[in-house]
Write a protein that binds this ligand. Structure first.
Ligand code: ZN
Length: 300
């Protein structure tokens, strides 16, 4: 995450001059009807872009309506953090992602000003655990995460997801990182207050095993409290048994900088759990429990 820096008059002038030069260079090829914003563009829509970047925590330089190098760099940093193609060009996907972030940030509520990263496990070519009946873990984790996002946003939080659909995080970055590294980068680059990874467990040895487990980073009292609070609340909201909380030797827990928990919600190997996870109301109950847990942990 970029920290706002003081802007001197001379760097202001230099940026404006550079932008003007670039604009002049680009005018012959850009045309008036260009639907995208890119380096060299200027006008009200660029001002709007700069305000949105600033609000999202990415310093675009002076809010001057000129798409200069600093606005381009902020755009690219934002794109990287949102899991978009990092090309510095503001197209529909980047606008959507910015609107999501800045629209949400304006909300009020107990979680206002907090940034929460939700990490739906697996995705794209990696289905995660597959039930005996063909259900994929990656679909359940995304379903729960999307509902949780809404509940957290309603409370004023800025929510960043490591993936918004069925793809592998970072798969559209250049160069393409490892997907676990992408999940961690998204959380760390946003300076998130909390990282919450959602998974569904599997225990083929005993299909009767059912329940919720919380995993936390070794040596982190805060992460331990987070996992405990989340598991307790999900058990309460769903009726699932709270099995226990454990140290989780997972990359996403060991490499994030903020309190982090990985929740295993139900078992892909248990028919009753799978049947519940298929139901919209149940995913909703899980999300409500997680949202309550997040609030309990952050607002003390
Ligand atoms: Zn998993």
């Amino acid at each position: 995450m970029e920290k706002p820096r003081p802007v001197t008059a001379s760097s202001n002038k230099a940026i404006a001059l550079a932008a003007v030069v670039i604009i002049i260079l680009l005018i012959p090829v850009r045309g008036d009807a260009a639907p995208l914003l890119r380096l060299g563009d200027y006008g009200d829509s660029v001002t709007q872009l700069q305000n949105m970047l600033l609000y999202a925590g990415f310093d675009p330089g002076p809010i001057d309506g000129i798409f200069g190098p600093r606005t381009q760099r902020a755009t690219m940093n934002f794109q990287r953090s949102a899991g978009l193609v990092v090309d510095g060009i503001v197209g529909p996907l980047t606008w959507n992602a910015l609107e999501r972030v800045s629209g949400v940030s304006r909300g009020t509520g107990p979680l206002r000003g907090r940034t929460i990263v939700i990490d739906p496990g697996h995705g794209g070519p990696e289905p995660g655990a597959i039930s005996y009946w063909g259900d994929k873990e990656k679909d359940f984790t995304l379903g729960i995460a999307s509902k949780l996002r809404r509940y957290l946003e309603e409370q004023g939080a800025v929510v960043v997801m490591t993936r918004y659909g069925d793809y592998s995080p970072g798969s559209d970055w250049l160069p393409r990182p490892d997907e676990l590294l992408a999940r961690v980068s998204i959380a760390n680059s946003r300076g998130a207050d909390l990282f919450l990874s959602i998974h569904i467990n599997a225990y083929p040895k005993d299909p009767s095993v059912s329940g919720v487990m919380g995993f936390y980073r070794a040596g982190s009292w805060e992460s331990q409290q987070l996992a405990k609070t989340l598991a307790t609340n999900v058990a309460a909201s769903t009726g699932l048994r709270h099995i226990d909380n454990q140290v989780g030797p997972y990359y996403v827990l060991n490499n994030t900088y903020m309190p982090a928990a990985l929740m295993e919600i139900g078992f892909m190997t248990n028919w009753n759990d799978v049947n519940l996870l298929r139901q919209d109301w149940f995913q909703d109950a899980v999300a409500k429990g997680l949202a309550r847990g997040v609030r309990e942990f952050l607002v003390r």
